[in-house]
Design a protein around this ligand. Structure first.
Ligand code: PLP
Length: 496
C-alpha cells in the first residue's frame, strides 16, 4: 500500500513520505500526517525474534513507502550501529516489578538519539530521491537536548551542515559542554544573549526570509529543520513501541495479544504520539499515560478537554519537558476532529490568538485512550528514591515523572495490566537531581566527583559519552547577540 502524507491544516495537500521529510512543515503551517494508516499484520511471534534493525525495517517500510528497501536498510543500519552502547539499541529492563524501556543508549544519552540518529540519512536520501542536489543546512534552536542530538546525528554526514543556537544562560553546564565539544567539520554552535524563545523565533524568521532563501539557493544550499514535528523523527519513534512489546513477548512476560500500557514523559508530545500510532497499527496497547512535570498544561488538557497555555512557566529538574506549547499535539487534535483540517485550523488559530482552545463534547469523548497526570519536583525526587530503594535501579528525573504518573494511574483505576515506563534519559545526564534524591550526603559541586558518586551508587560504569566529555577539547566558542543571528548564519555559510 502506497502511503501519501497530507497536512493537518489542508486536506488537499498530498506529498510522498520523502517530500514530507524534506519539507518538515507544510507551507500553510500544518503538520504532515499519513493520509491513511498502513494496514499490517504484526506477527509478534516473529517480531519477538527480530533485532531492533529488523523491526525498524518492518515498520518503516509501511510508512515510508516511496523509499526502496535498499535505501531504508542503508538508513537503518547507518543509524542504529555501534554508536549505541547496546546491541539491543532500546533494551527493556525489568527492575523489581517495573518495566523500563531504555531509550538513552545513544550518543547524547537521551531519547532524542532514537530519531535524530536516523533523520540525517532519511533526509539526505529523500533529497537524492527528489533530485534535490542542494546542500542541506539545518538550523536549530535548542534548550539543550535537541541541539546536541541533532549535531551528533548530522556530524560529517555528506551534503549537510548544521548550525545550532542556544541561550547562553539557559542550558545546564553539562549540556553546554556537550555542545561546545561537538566534533564534525560541518557543525557550528553559537550561543546568544537572549532566551530560547528568542532563538526559536529568529530561526523561524530565517526560514521564512525570502531573499535570504534565494541567496542561499543561488549558492546551492537550502534550509531544513530537525524539529520534532518532522515525519522523519516521528515514524522512527513508532519502532521502539513495537520492539518493546516484542521484547516482553520474547521474555515471556506477556502472552501475545495481552494488552499493556505505556507511561511516557511528555513535552512536545512527539514520543507519546508515536505510541498512539503504534496502538493504531495494532500493537495491543490499552492506555497511554501522558506524564507531565509541573508545567502541566497537558494534564489539564486531557482531564478537561481545554488547552490553556496562559500560565506561569516553571524551570524544573526535568528541563526537557519544560514546555507550554506541545506542537505535536496538533496531530492528535486533527484526529479528534474526525480528520477535519478546517476544525483543526480553527482550534490552532484560537491557540495562536488567545493561547487557549476547547474541544467539543464529541472530541472529548475520544480522549479515552489517554490518562494524564503530573509530578511536582518533590514527587520526582520521591519516585527516583522509591525505585532505587526497591530495586537498586537508578532513573533520571524525566523517567521519574512517568513512574509517578503510572503509579497514580494504577491506584486511580485499579487497572492490573502491565505498564512499561518509557525511560527517556540516562541518570548520568542529570547527576545532581538524581544524587540529591537518593543520597544527598553524596552531593558535591565538582561535577566529575558527582558523576563518580553516582556510578558508585548505581553500581554501574560511567557511560562513554560522559567520560569523553571530560577529555574533549572545546571546539566552538562563538557568542553573539540575538540580533546578529542572521549575519552569523551568512558568515558561516559564506553567502553574499
Ligand atoms: C525531549 C524529551 C522529552 C519529551 O519528549 P517529547 O517528544 O517532546 O514529548 C522527555 N524526556 C527527555 C529526556 C527529553 O529529552
Amino acid at each position: 500500500m502506497n502511503i501519501m502524507y497530507t497536512s493537518t491544516r489542508d486536506k488537499n495537500k498530498k506529498v510522498t513520505a520523502s517530500q514530507a521529510i524534506l519539507q518538515g512543515l507544510s507551507d500553510e503551517g500544518g503538520l504532515f500526517i499519513p493520509e491513511t494508516l498502513p494496514e499490517l499484520t504484526l506477527d509478534f511471534k516473529e517480531l519477538a525474534t527480530m533485532t531492533y534493525q529488523e523491526v525498524a525495517y518492518t515498520i518503516l517500510k509501511e510508512f515510508l513507502t516511496d523509499f526502496s528497501e535498499e535505501e531504508l536498510r542503508h538508513c537503518i543500519y547507518s543509524a542504529y550501529d555501534d554508536k549505541f552502547a547496546t546491541k539491543k539499541i532500546a533494551p527493556l529492563a525489568k527492575q523489581g516489578d517495573r518495566y523500563f524501556l531504555e531509550l538513552f543508549h545513544g550518543q547524547t544519552l537521551a531519547f532524542k538519539d532514537m530519531a535524530l540518529s536516523i533523520l540525517p540519512y532519511l533526509l539526505t536520501t529523500a533529497a537524492a530521491k527528489n533530485q534535490m542536489d542542494k546542500e542541506i543546512v539545518i538550523l536549530t534552536a535548542t534548550s539543550g537536548d535537541t541541539g546536541k542530538a541533532a549535531m551528533a546525528g548530522f556530524a560529517d554526514v555528506p551534503g549537510t551542515k548544521i548550525i545550532v543556537f542556544y541561550p547562553k544562560n539557559g542550558v545546564s553546564s553539562f549540556q553546554e559542554k556537550q555542545m561546545l565539544t561537538q566534533k564534525g567539520d560541518n557543525t557550528y554552535v553559537v550561543s546568544i544573549d537572549g532566551n530560547f524563545d528568542d532563538a526559536q523565533r529568529t530561526v523561524k524568521e530565517m526560514f521564512n526570509h525570502l531573499s535570504l532563501k534565494n541567496r542561499l539557493a543561488s549558492q546551492g544550499m537550502v534550509f531544513s529543520s530537525a524539529n520534532s514535528i518532522n515525519v522523519g523523527r516521528l515514524v522512527p519513534q513508532i519502532v521502539y513501541y513495537v520492539y518493546a512489546y516484542a521484547q516482553l513477548v520474547a521474555a515471556k512476560e506477556i502472552a501475545i495479544g495481552e494488552e499493556i500500557n505505556f507511561s511516557v514523559p511528555t513535552g512536545n508530545f512527539g514520543n507519546i504520539l508515536a505510541a498512539y500510532y503504534a496502538k493504531e497499527i495494532g500493537v495491543p496497547i490499552s492506555r497511554l499515560i501522558c506524564a507531565s512535570n509541573k508545567n502541566n498544561v497537558l494534564t489539564d488538557f486531557f482531564k478537561k478537554g481545554f488547552y490553556d497555555k496562559n500560565r506561569p512557566f516553571f524551570v524544573t529538574n526535568s528541563p526537557s519537558m519544560d514546555i507550554l506549547i506541545s506542537s505535536n499535539l496538533e496531530r492528535l487534535v486533527y484526529y479528534l476532529t474526525g480528520d477535519s483540517s478546517q476544525d483543526t485550523v480553527k482550534l490552532m488559530t484560537d491557540l495562536e490568538e488567545k493561547g487557549t482552545y476547547e474541544l467539543s463534547a464529541d472530541m472529548k469523548q475520544k480522549l479515552a485512550d489517554f490518562y494524564s497526570d503530573y509530578a511536582e519536583e518533590e514527587e520526582v525526587s520521591a519516585a527516583i528514591k522509591q525505585v532505587y530503594e526497591a530495586s537498586g535501579y537508578v532513573i533520571d528525573p524525566h523517567t521519574a515523572v512517568a513512574v509517578k504518573a503510572a503509579d497514580t494511574y494504577h491506584e486511580a483505576t485499579a487497572d492490573t495490566l502491565k505498564t512499561v515506563i518509557v525511560s527517556t534519559a540516562s541518570p548520568f545526564k542529570f547527576p545532581e537531581a538524581v544524587v540529591h534524591a537518593i543520597a544527598p550526603d553524596k552531593l558535591t559541586n565538582v561535577e566529575d566527583d558527582l558523576v563518580d558518586n553516582l556510578a558508585e551508587l548505581a553500581h554501574s560504569d560511567i557511560p562513554e559519552p560522559v567520560l569523553d566529555i571530560r577529555q574533549a577539547p572545546v571546539r566552538h566558542q562563538t557568542s553573539i547577540k540575538t540580533k546578529e543571528m542572521q549575519q552569523t548564519v551568512e558568515n558561516i555559510l559564506n553567502i553574499r
